[in-house]
Design a protein around this ligand. Sequence first.
Ligand SMILES: [Zn+2]
Length: 130
Amino acid sequence: MSEIPETVRAEMLAHAKACLPNEACGYLVGDSPAGRIQRFVPITNAARSPTRFVFEPHEQLAAEQAIDAAGEQVIGIAHSHPNGEPAPSAVDIDDARRFDPFGMLLHVVIALTTGEIRSHRIINGEVASV
Ligand SMILES: [Zn+2]
């Protein structure tokens, strides 16, 4: 499992609180696909919704280009649930089927009611905690 460093957890939590009442989202980045998470890259939630997130496409592309240029890798996606559980929702599972069909990404969910942060893999619509 990819451990999430305390500094990254704190960054995610602060960003998630700043985006209330809506969900917050961003990339978790490391030095290799199977490597350790080193930083959180916030990306605007274009859905501006408390129950779903959509990466703002121009910011997403710019973030991916910067990550590539730095020789880094996207390891996962983090997003917050302002009022929900620290587990992927039905919408998250449905979206993951399209953007992560092979379960390559770590799906990190931050539950703001409790501050709990949990990591998951989503493969073929099945969620596993990691
Ligand atoms: Zn969600």
